[in-house]
Ligand binder design. Structure first.
Ligand SMILES: [Zn+2]
Ligand SMILES: [Zn+2]
Length: 344
């Protein structure tokens, strides 16, 4: 009876089709929403937000003092005429210049330092680079001394360029090491290695620092990145740190060398952000927009989330890099106190 009725509907009424389609739609919608939960739009779900996320391990960070700084002197430099370097150090130190240092030899030396033979004296570098450089010179620099030093390849070697590109020799490698054993025991950073391009007839790009590495007494090596700040921040907010310390800074590294500073670079292009930090107010977490940013994500070094939001992410909300570790940005407060102190 009912079947006959349905068949009649099926044959004669468009209502049947409409009902069936509507029913299917409702069932599908219920399945989709029921399966994923009503409150979360399906499209916003990602691997980041699932409940199964392990909390990011917290990294213990320490401040270290970098006693060294090295800049290229103000006078023009060339391989034939030599170069001026401006070393600086908080303690007495030794500047060793290796002209025409072989690239692979320097890499081997740096690897050896990391591999266990700790390099902390000029002698270590001389031995490691032995026969792999053209000419070496050393200078004793006292801690008060900020004079520029002149270094050159002796004229009798008749060297005016390092051959066609690509080259196997760096024009100049300047190594700073602490002069006294007592200082070597005090500082974590025991040597600074600066690779410098010096122009010659074949490759006349102006003199510049190519790389700068800091070597620690524990056998670590860190590349020193240039620190950049927004050009239009006020004197107060551009407050130079009296202590050269490792501190997360959110300025982008590009060209100018930040002497005496381990600039952990955290990319962030917006200028207002610089302003926000230097005012000491912190910024709103990019996720909850509520709490102050207090987490630096590693290895990408983005400082963008607060303490509570960090546990909800596997990937950096800025660059999507996988978060291996994070550390707290409590140093921001210390900087703020310093600023206040100076104002009185
Ligand atoms: Zn947050
Ligand atoms: Zn990132």
């Amino acid at each position: 009876m009912a079947g006959g009725y349905l068949i009649t509907l099926y044959e004669y009424s468009p209502l049947f089709y409409i009902s069936v389609v509507s029913l299917c739609f409702v069932v599908t919608a219920a399945m989709v929403l029921g399966w994923f939960g009503f409150d979360v739009p399906v499209i916003l779900r990602s691997s980041d937000d699932t409940e199964s996320i392990q909390p990011t391990p917290e990294k213990q960070m320490v401040q270290v003092t970098n006693p060294f700084s090295l800049e290229i002197g103000s006078r023009s430099a060339s391989v034939a005429d030599g170069a001026w370097l401006k070393p600086g150090c908080l303690e007495h130190c030794v500047l060793s210049c290796f002209w025409g240092c072989e690239v692979s030899a320097l890499q081997r030396a740096l690897q050896a330092h990391q591999g266990g033979s700790r390099f902390s004296t000029p002698q270590h570098f001389k031995e490691a680079l032995h026969r792999f450089y053209h000419h070496g010179q050393s200078y004793y620099i006292s801690n008060e001394d900020r004079e520029e030093r002149y270094t050159c390849i002796p004229a009798d070697q008749g060297l005016s360029d390092f051959g066609p590109l690509p080259r196997r020799h760096y024009p100049l490698v300047a190594v700073l090491t602490l002069a006294e054993q007592e200082a070597r025991d005090t500082y974590d950073i025991v040597a600074s290695v600066t690779v410098i391009h010096v122009p010659d007839d074949i490759y006349n790009l102006s003199a510049r620092i190519l790389f700068q590495y800091l070597l620690t007494s524990r056998g670590n090596m860190y590349e020193l990145k240039a620190l950049f700040m927004s050009a239009n921040i006020s004197v107060e907010s551009g407050h130079p740190d009296p202590d050269p310390i490792t501190r997360p800074s959110e300025t982008e590294h590009e060209e100018e060398e930040a002497a005496g500073k381990v600039a952990s670079s955290v990319e962030d292009d917006e200028e207002e952000d610089d302003q926000g930090w230097s005012d000491g107010q912190g910024r709103d977490c990019v996720v909850c927009q509520n709490a102050a940013i207090n987490r630096v994500l590693l290895p990408c070094r983005h400082a963008c989330v607060c303490d509570s939001c960090v546990s909800h992410f596997k990937h950096c909300p800025i660059c999507r890099a996988f978060i291996q570790e994070s550390f707290a940005l409590t140093l921001g407060l210390a900087v703020n106190n310093e600023l206040h102190y100076e104002q009185h």
